[in-house]
Design a protein around this ligand. Structure first.
Ligand SMILES: Nc1ncnc2c1ncn2[C@@H]1O[C@H](COP(=O)(O)OP(=O)(O)OP(=O)(O)O)[C@@H](O)[C@H]1O
Ligand SMILES: [Mg+2]
Length: 286
């Protein structure tokens, strides 16, 4: 039977995180699920990670949901026990809030240049009908998944994507049994690692650009520090500089955020100049 969701498979030999000892999230009792299904379908969707992640359990990606890593503006990230077949130990599941229940970024500046190939659906999106909003929500998630897939394939240090569905995706879990990897905002870097990490991040931003992406929400909150390396996450709003007129301004904002962060470690770079350099090198590459 064909899978209902797209799957990105990568070899398991690179993964070595061990199994979990977190307290389990309890699967909702069938009677509860039924009751809420008849009254509050939207809430049921959010409250029941077992239902949302069922396709991944069926496909033997994960065998259990262990605990919430973090509930953010757009999504809740869960730490899951990986199915033994994957040899991963743990897997992160990012479950998006339905569009009615999440706080919106000002979508329009990020959506520019994204194409809905089907004419009927494109019209629905333009008219913001219920179906149109649903399509846009699914495309938003698919955009993050495909972006991660492409950038990881290109050698960038971004979260490794495994599989996606209409409202969730599975990612490599950064962290260990005790805690997830901290975001850069919560880390104090050693003086000798600050500059090399900055340079590596700039190299990454250049890879993203050459592959048609500006992160557009880059800051120390969307970068994980894992075993001495940086891993960037959270790409749904990323834009393609070839088709989005806001891309350069968004790149400048990204670069400015990271220059501010690294200035505290004595790494001083002019964000405007750095943005211009990266941009002109990428444009040559297109
Ligand atoms: N693959 C992962 N491994 C470990 N932790 C992760 C992973 N992905 C995300 N997280 C954690 O979950 C948090 C939320 O993830 P993400 O930024 O993708 O979602 P979000 O809804 O945009 O959240 P926010 O509003 O905080 O930006 C991250 O800040 C990080 O702490
Ligand atoms: Mg985030």
């Amino acid at each position: 039977m064909p899978r209902k969701h797209s799957v990105y498979d990568v070899g398991s030999s690179r993964f070595d995180d061990a199994g979990a000892t977190f307290e389990r999230i309890k699967a909702p009792r069938a009677s509860n699920a039924k009751a809420s299904a008849s009254t509050q379908p939207e809430e049921r969707e959010i409250d029941d990670p077992y239902e949302i992640l069922a396709p991944f359990i069926q496909d033997r990606w994960i065998s259990d949901i262990l605990h919430v890593v973090k509930s953010g503006k757009e999504a809740t990230v869960y730490c899951c026990r990986a199915h033994p077949d994957t040899e991963l130990g743990l897997i992160a599941a990012k479950v998006y809030r339905s569009r009615e229940n999440r706080s919106f970024k000002n979508d329009a500046i990020y959506q520019e240049g994204r194409v809905v190939p089907d004419k009927r659906l494109r019209r629905a999106v333009e008219h913001k009908t219920r179906i149109g909003r649903e399509v846009q929500f699914r495309l938003w998630i698919e955009h993050e998944f495909q972006t991660l897939r492409m950038l990881y394939g290109a050698g960038a240090q971004v979260a490794i994507p495994f599989a996606s569905s209409s409202n969730a995706m599975l990612l490599y879990y950064y962290g260990d049994q005790d805690a997830p990897a901290p975001t850069l905002s919560r880390v104090t870097l050693r003086p000798e690692e600050a500059r090399p990490l900055f340079e590596r991040l700039i190299k990454d931003i250049e890879i993203w650009l050459r592959h048609g992406r500006v992160h557009a929400d880059l800051s120390a909150f969307n970068i994980l520090y894992h075993r001495g390396r940086l891993v960037t996450i959270d790409f749904p709003q990323s834009v393609d500089p070839r088709f989005n007129n806001n891309a350069y301004a968004l790149l400048q904002r990204d670069i400015s955020n990271i220059c501010d962060y690294w200035a505290d470690y004595g790494v001083k770079r002019d964000p405007e100049r750095l943005s211009a350099e990266l941009w002109s090198r990428a444009v040559d590459f297109f």
